[in-house]
Design a protein around this ligand. Structure first.
Ligand SMILES: NC(=O)c1ccc[n+]([C@@H]2O[C@H](COP(=O)([O-])OP(=O)(O)OC[C@H]3O[C@@H](n4cnc5c(N)ncnc54)[C@H](OP(=O)(O)O)[C@@H]3O)[C@@H](O)[C@H]2O)c1
Length: 327
């Protein structure tokens, strides 16, 4: 099969190679999926470049443990392991083997069965591949960490990106009052997803505004946790999920450490998120997608052999929704 292989860490154009390799064979509890589409996530370029270096403790110190990267898949079941009961060859599925094998930048991938579920019927493979990691991050950030609900005021910083476009729709679906932070060119997009208010971060410093939020979901930008305290209600919650950082050693971990140090001295709850994909959450996402409450936003598509270009585009930090890869 064709796959994108990386033997070492480095720039996508230098280390990613399209090669012919043997397809994987499913283990007892996994499913072999024909990849009809996949998508790119910031996690991919962290894995490909091996930065921040602290991530190598998990990904492989000198070279990546997993030589085929890729976090999202939508496709058809080819074969199932001996212990798998929920899937049959021909089923249309989607899921994310993030941190549990990766490997979706290929024609076939083996995915643990507890990370897959049946694809939403109203989505193409291309649309479905945009969902797993990004939408699960949005769901777990808002529901589990933010504990949002009807009437809660939520600020989503990075509302136009892969995670943010799902977060805006999910928060609206759960009845929150949503304010999205994005650049000038994306205000209409974020409004069209249902945001009640939009703040253009290139013109307005939202940390200086009068409005207070019950939840701040931080996905993009370089703000320190202390900046967000100014706009949180006294009992509000800051959910740190990502954001930009030039630090090659610990990256955005400095923000998490700052939040840990601040937490005992403030009335607000400061939390951070590491997404953990699951079948249950994917099934919930499938339900809201099939109900028409959430629709993936696709910025653009690339072919598998164009993956370095797709990663280069993602690394610029201004994707509008998701970037999808088709074989
Ligand atoms: N913790 C976890 O488990 C987890 C899981 C998934 C993702 N993440 C992290 O979450 C973050 C978002 O992921 P993603 O997939 O959404 O990334 P993405 O698609 O690359 O995000 C791009 C978006 O960020 C926006 N943006 C850039 N600078 C901004 C700023 N200063 N203020 C507000 N928006 C800004 C851009 O909007 P404009 O073009 O309008 O500027 C663009 O729409 C990343 O840091 C990623 O690593 C964490």
């Amino acid at each position: 099969m064709k796959a994108i292989v990386q033997d070492e860490y480095g720039a996508p154009d230098d280390v990613l190679e399209l090669r012919d390799i043997d397809p994987p064979a499913p283990e007892d509890s996994s499913v072999l999926v024909r990849v009809d589409a996949t998508s790119v996530n910031p996690a991919d370029w962290h894995l490909i470049r091996g930065v921040p270096y602290i991530a190598r403790l998990q990904l492989g110190l000198r070279r990546p443990h997993h030589t085929v990267p890729g976090c999202d898949v939508a496709g058809q079941v080819e074969a199932v392991g001996a212990n798998v009961t929920g899937f049959r060859p021909g089923d249309e599925v989607f899921g994310s083997p993030f941190l549990r094998g990766f490997g979706t930048f290929a024609e076939y991938v083996c995915v643990p069965a507890d990370l897959l579920t049946h694809k939403p019927e109203n989505l193409s493979f291309e649309q479905a591949a945009a969902v797993p990691l990004a939408a699960t991050t949005a769901l777990q950030g808002l529901r589990d960490h933010g504990r949002i609900g009807p009437g809660k005021h939520v600020l989503i910083v990075g509302a136009a990106g892969g995670v943010g476009t799902f977060a805006v729709q999910l928060a609206e679906h759960w009845g929150a009052e949503v304010t999205g932070v994005c650049g000038t060119g994306n205000a209409d997009l974020v409004r069209s997803l249902g945001a009640d208010h939009v703040i253009d971060y290139t013109r307005v410093d939202f940390t200086r505004g009068a409005r207070r939020y019950d939840v701040v979901f931080q996905l993009s930008g370089t703000r320190a946790p202390s900046d967000y305290l100014r706009v949180l209600t006294p009992g509000g919650t800051l959910v740190l999920a990502g954001g930009d950082s030039d630090g090659r050693w610990i990256g955005a971990v400095d923000r998490l450490l700052a939040a840990r140090l601040l937490a005992p001295f403030v009335s607000q709850r400061l939390t951070s998120l590491t997404v953990a994909p699951s079948t249950a959450d994917l099934a919930l996402l499938r339900d809201v997608i099939e109900a028409g409450e959430v629709t993936p936003v696709i910025d653009r598509s690339y072919r598998l052999d164009e993956l370095p270009a797709a990663i280069r585009y993602l690394e610029q930090g201004h994707a509008r929704g998701k970037i999808v890869i088709v074989p």
